[in-house]
Design a protein around this ligand. Structure first.
Ligand SMILES: NC(=O)c1ccc[n+]([C@@H]2O[C@H](COP(=O)([O-])OP(=O)(O)OC[C@H]3O[C@@H](n4cnc5c(N)ncnc54)[C@H](OP(=O)(O)O)[C@@H]3O)[C@@H](O)[C@H]2O)c1
Length: 259
């Protein structure tokens, strides 16, 4: 029954081979990104990773010396543009972009203080950066015979929670962007995937939530789905949640409101 849970009518035609690719994973040195880095590296792909924490990038390089790492603050437009320039110059073989990096801030707008820097960081990292990186790298991806853009959204994109209003808004916007981009790229060599994780045990969810899945489990499910050319990849509990949302939206919203 859960198998029938396809979100779009997008024709699934272009099978992506999951080895021998050159893959950029933003935030690929920790959490979900790191699990994707390890798995895709093990499968015989060349991996490029960016992140702000140079210690973490150095740690990754120690474990997997042939992974290419770039320090970059994606929330800073000049830093993002320098990074995109370096990718275009040094990696003309890039054929997959995984927009994974993200931040989540929990705060109430009713607290009676201003939240400017937190709002700006979430919008820039979760929304502007993946869209701008797509914009910069798409001309290169379109020159490849088989390419993909993979965006990581969230179940909170369709049923938001109270404590992270800006985060939920960015994920909802990314979900919409992903769908519209898919329309634009229909018939091209670039497939567009969306991964909708359930709660994953990472730094982002540290100290909250129950029944979390591991980043490795998520990476395995996501990579298998990409290999099978499934474009809307609902992970674990999000399958059920999406069905609930379709048929009983107020129940789904009630369930996630206070998570
Ligand atoms: N964990 C969950 O339950 C869950 C559920 C649904 C969706 N997601 C999504 O999954 C993605 C990965 O999250 P995670 O759970 O793995 O969190 P995480 O462990 O906190 O990892 C976030 C990654 O993003 C990078 N990052 C953050 N801000 C950045 C910036 N300005 N520039 C460059 N890199 C930046 C971080 O690297 P640096 O700190 O080194 O910059 C880190 O590698 C996010 O998009 C998140 O929204 C997570």
């Amino acid at each position: 029954m859960l198998q029938a849970c396809s979100i779009t009518d997008y024709p699934e035609t272009r099978q992506m081979k999951l080895n021998g690719n050159t893959i950029l994973i933003t935030g690929g040195a920790s959490g979900i990104g790191l699990a994707l880095t390890r798995l895709l590296h093990r499968n015989g792909n060349k991996i490029i990773v960016c992140g702000r924490d140079e210690g973490r990038l150095a740690g990754l390089k120690k474990q997997l010396p042939d992974v290419v790492t770039y320090p970059c603050d994606l929330a800073d437009e000049p830093s993002l543009d320098r990074f995109a320039d370096a990718v275009l110059a040094n990696h003309p073989d890039l054929n997959m972009l995984i927009n994974n990096a993200g931040v989540q801030h929990n705060f109430q707008f009713t607290e009676g203080r201003s939240h400017g820097p937190l709002i700006r960081e979430e919008l820039d990292t979760n929304l502007f950066a993946p869209i701008r990186l797509t914009d910069r790298l798409l001309p290169l991806l379109l020159r490849r015979n088989s390419a993909a853009i993979v965006n990581i959204t969230s179940a909170l994109a369709f049923a938001p929670k109270k404590s992270a209003a800006v985060y939920c808004a960015t994920k909802s916007a990314m979900r919409s962007f992903t769908q519209a981009l898919r329309y634009q790229l229909d018939g091209s060599s670039v497939a567009v995937f969306e991964i909708v994780p359930s709660l994953v045990d990472t730094r982002m969810t540290h100290g909250r939530g129950k029944g979390k899945i591991t980043p490795d489990f998520l990476a395995g499910e996501a990579v298998d789905a990409i290999a099978m050319d499934k474009h809307d990849i609902l992970i674990e509990k999000t399958k059920l949640l999406y069905l609930l949302y379709r048929f009983f939206p107020s129940t789904a919203r009630r369930l996630l409101k206070n998570t």
